[in-house]
Ligand binder design. Structure first.
Ligand SMILES: NC(=O)c1ccc[n+]([C@@H]2O[C@H](COP(=O)([O-])OP(=O)(O)OC[C@H]3O[C@@H](n4cnc5c(N)ncnc54)[C@H](O)[C@@H]3O)[C@@H](O)[C@H]2O)c1
Length: 256
């Protein structure tokens, strides 16, 4: 692990992490477990989810994988119920699972559009609905993984930008609706992160690169562990004053 975990920061706590089979979700799962959390780890990719559980075998916290399609509302509720059945508490919901796709707006199919929204936005909504009653019992919190794409207009990823922009607004609105309770709801907004999501990314052949310069950076891409470090800080009690925030971790892309 390229970062030193904070020992016992999550001892006695339970987290539910989506997208735990890869990239940021895997790095978050491993860091939380390294810091003592029991992690109920969801992903649709069974083999890679099992790998995450194997990687966590020697860590202080337990990682239990549940193969779950978070695009299915009933699966979101079932997964939260199973997590609470197992650990009798839920302290953190980390909505990390996501898909991205670059395409000319006029060529986006209805199937692709609806799947993007179902995973990137709707799943976070339904998982939050299922989790909040339990999070209220533990003074817990939600961390949503948004994107710089939710904070600025970007060509060729209109649906992705919409899905992340909605997540940003869900974060702020939920934080405000529960402002009189101890629940915290935050989002983090990465820029480019070196994960399979990016390595599998295919641009349409005829894009205008001039339109894309504004959201590229001369700095190297982040690693999943960089984002996991911020996510775990925000989810921890050290961040008790952070609520309704959208915190960028994008090497400065949204500053320009
Ligand atoms: N990589 C980047 O540059 C970047 C930048 C900004 C934001 N993000 C966001 O970070 C999050 C994690 O992305 P990543 O880069 O780690 O990608 P990744 O592809 O490495 O991991 C995403 C995980 O989500 C899982 N997933 C997809 N659909 C699912 C479904 N229906 N049910 C359950 N799991 C599902 C995948 O199987 C995969 O394991 C995403 O929300 C992404 O939009 C990534």
């Amino acid at each position: 692990m390229p970062f030193t975990p904070v020992p016992d920061r999550f001892a006695g706590k339970t987290a539910l992490v989506t997208g735990a089979a890869s990239g940021i979700g895997r790095a978050t799962t491993l860091r939380l477990a390294a810091e003592g959390a029991h992690v109920f780890a969801l992903d649709i990719a069974a083999d890679r989810l099992a790998e995450t559980c194997d990687l966590a075998a020697e860590l202080p916290g337990e990682v239990v994988g549940r193969v779950t399609d978070v695009a299915q509302r009933q699966e979101c509720f079932a997964a939260v119920a199973e997590a609470v059945d197992r650990y009798a508490r839920l302290d953190v919901l980390a909505n990390v699972a996501g898909v991205a796709r670059a395409e000319h707006m006029l060529q986006v199919s209805e199937v692709d559009y609806r799947r993007m929204m179902a995973i990137n936005t709707d799943a976070c909504f339904f998982l939050s609905q299922a989790a909040i009653p339990h999070l209220l019992e533990t003074d817990g919190n939600i961390v949503n993984v948004a994107s710089n794409a939710g904070l600025m207009g970007q060509a060729y990823t209109v649906a992705y930008c919409m899905s992340k922009g909605a997540l940003v607004q869900m974060t702020r609105s939920l934080a405000w609706e529960f402002i009189k309770t101890p629940l915290r709801v935050n989002a983090i907004a990465p820029g480019g992160v070196e994960t399979p999501l990016v390595s599998g990314y295919q641009m349409p052949p005829d894009v205008d690169f001039e339109l894309m310069m504004r959201y590229t950076t001369p700095r190297p891409m982040a690693q999943a562990e960089d984002v996991a470090a911020l996510l775990c800080f925000v989810a921890s009690d050290e961040a008790r004053n952070i609520n309704g925030a959208v915190l960028s971790t994008d090497s400065g892309v949204t500053a320009g």
